[in-house]
Design a protein. Structure first.
Length: 268
């Protein structure tokens, strides 16, 4: 009996020690994960700072509370559509005219994005809004990402784009797996002016975030609007379509109503 008692005691002690060891290992693995910070290269930060400075400066960009952009889209089949794009902080409303005189609307919905087509509203997954930033206002996006510590800023270096040398920086929100999946951006900057010439992003399907197309915005003909550099022409294409976006008017700080971004609202 004594020997059995000793054996049981040793087993109990062994199990206790083993359990503690497992807990220590788990905690040891968890702590680095919790403490991990996103990669933010000095070279990437300096490149984005130069881009922001070249585009009007941080003060002018930070003063933007809302923005309304109007213009036209030339489709690959030769047809034209007018648009009105509205943004305020992380909220957006993308409204494009249809051939029958109606509109297609994609809006952020204060965290509950939706698609409105022929007056029928369809709810979308939240990540659809997360992946949709106002890339037609590149300096606005860049300043927000530069100032947000959750974003990974990785300097890729000087690469060739259409036969010209450009500076590439990778940006993504890797704070969670969904962010890693839907937010990667590849930015390309002129090495002299530091104005952005291209950004490539992911456009996920509403049914499956892992199913996405790569969209490209090629930006040119920058003009100054209230001290901010805005591309007048954007050549856009993804895996299935292409179009040329011509920006006509840009209005900052007009006092956009919050219900502009609500499917049940919609007045500007």
């Amino acid at each position: 009996m004594t020997n059995l008692a000793i054996t049981d005691s040793r087993k109990t002690n062994y199990m206790a020690v083993s359990a503690i060891a497992v807990i220590v290992v788990i905690i040891g693995l968890a702590i680095p994960a919790l403490a991990a910070t996103p990669q933010r290269d000095n070279a990437a930060i300096k490149t984005l700072q130069s881009a922001v400075a070249a585009s009007g400066g941080a003060d002018a960009l930070a003063a933007i509370q809302d923005c309304v952009v109007t213009g036209s889209i030339l489709n690959s089949d030769g047809t034209n559509r007018s648009f009105t794009w509205t943004t305020a902080a992380s909220e957006f409303r993308i409204e494009v005219a249809t051939a029958d005189g109606g509109t297609n609307v994609f809006l952020s919905g204060h965290g509950s994005p939706a698609w409105i087509f022929k007056r029928k509203t369809s709810s979308l997954n939240p990540y659809m809004a997360r992946a949709n930033l106002p890339f037609y206002l590149p300096p606005y996006v860049l300043l927000q990402e530069l100032n947000n510590p959750v974003y990974t800023l990785k300097y890729i270096g000087v690469v060739s784009l259409n036969g010209a040398k450009v500076v590439q920086v990778h940006i993504s929100d890797d704070s969670d797996p969904m962010g890693t999946l839907v937010t990667p951006q590849e930015w390309y900057f002129d090495p002299v002016s530091f104005l952005p010439v291209r950004v490539q992003v992911r456009e996920p399907a509403n049914e499956n975030a892992a199913s996405y197309e790569t969209a490209t915005y090629d930006m040119s003909q920058f003009v100054v609007v209230n001290s901010v550099m805005i591309p007048q022409t954007i050549s856009y294409f993804n895996d299935s379509s292409s179009e040329v976006i011509s920006i006509g008017a840009v209005t900052f700080n007009s006092g956009v109503s919050p219900n502009t971004f609500d499917p049940q609202g919609g007045s500007r």
